[in-house]
Design a protein around this ligand. Structure first.
Ligand SMILES: CC(=O)[C@@H](O)[C@H](O)COP(=O)(O)O
Ligand SMILES: NCC(=O)COP(=O)(O)O
Length: 251
């Protein structure tokens, strides 16, 4: 699979949220993953929260098996390594684990890791995941001053938490906020970290982010993507988001 400069990983949390509202098993997570990958998504992301509000424990191995059967496609599992995430990492050895410092009942992810406070305990679980052959990404606020510490803890990549960008997009603060993300990305690159990005990215704001912030290897997009897929269908939504990625890298 020839990845573009930035891979699209579709987060299926919200398909699971709708599925859980009845005992009928629809909409199917497997169908969603299959249709998105068939249409050109480069991977699938899930965030099995401890309260199982959307992705449930038995969804994870099913989706992992489906994605692992696709040459070049990646399975990214997100969560707090000090809650339930490491059990999945140990058993499944996903392509990537994204460590997110969420509390158990948190409404949604809304902050990154704190350094130096989290460094020692993160170092241990990062080392365990990497020893299993799993790439580790740390969910981070766009703080240039924290990137060296994230690398020193052993992370392979960071995921820039992009909600502040999404809120600023289309306002007079957009350029200023993008400068902050660019500084954070440059600091991450200087530290030897790969760069992912996610949270509240959408079809409108994606291209501006990718054409400005350097080196983004993967975007994981769920809430807005699934909202678009309800209107367009999964395949057309994948094509629309890939078109936005391509637009960002077109002269
Ligand atoms: C870490 C992050 O920003 C998202 O990937 C997260 O998975 C969103 O979780 P919800 O879908 O539960 O809001
Ligand atoms: N890591 C971000 C993600 O997987 C999806 O976040 P969102 O697009 O649902 O906000």
């Amino acid at each position: 699979m020839n990845h573009p400069p930035t891979a699209l990983s579709v987060n299926l949390n919200k398909v699971a949220l709708l599925r859980n509202s009845r005992h009928l098993g629809i909409p199917s997570l497997e169908r969603a993953a299959t249709l998105c990958l068939d249409a050109g998504a480069h991977g699938v992301t899930v965030h099995p929260r401890p309260d199982a509000r959307h992705i449930r424990a038995d969804d994870v191995p099913l989706l992992h098996r489906l994605v692992a059967a696709r040459p070049g496609a990646e399975f990214n599992i997100e969560g707090n390594p000090f809650h339930n995430l490491m059990d999945f990492v140990r058993v499944l050895r996903p392509h990537q684990a994204t460590f997110v410092p969420d509390s158990e009942g948190q409404f949604t992810s809304d902050h990154g890791w704190d350094f130096p406070a989290d460094a020692q305990r993160l170092r241990t679980v990062i080392a365990e995941a990497k020893a299993l052959g799993v790439r580790v990404s740390l969910f981070m606020d766009p703080r240039p001053d924290l990137m060296a510490a994230a690398r020193a803890a052993g992370a392979d990549r960071i995921e820039l938490y992009t909600e502040t960008y999404a809120r600023a997009w289309g306002t007079p603060r957009q350029a200023e906020v993008l400068r902050g993300f660019t500084a954070a990305a440059e600091a991450a690159q200087a530290a030897g970290l790969g760069i992912n990005a996610g949270h509240d990215l959408n079809r409108d704001n994606l291209a501006d982010f990718l054409r400005t912030v350097p080196g983004v290897r993967e975007v994981s997009i769920g809430h807005a993507f699934i909202a678009d897929a309800l209107e367009l269908g999964y395949a057309a939504a994948v094509r629309a988001y890939r078109a936005e990625i391509d637009k960002a890298f077109s002269p």
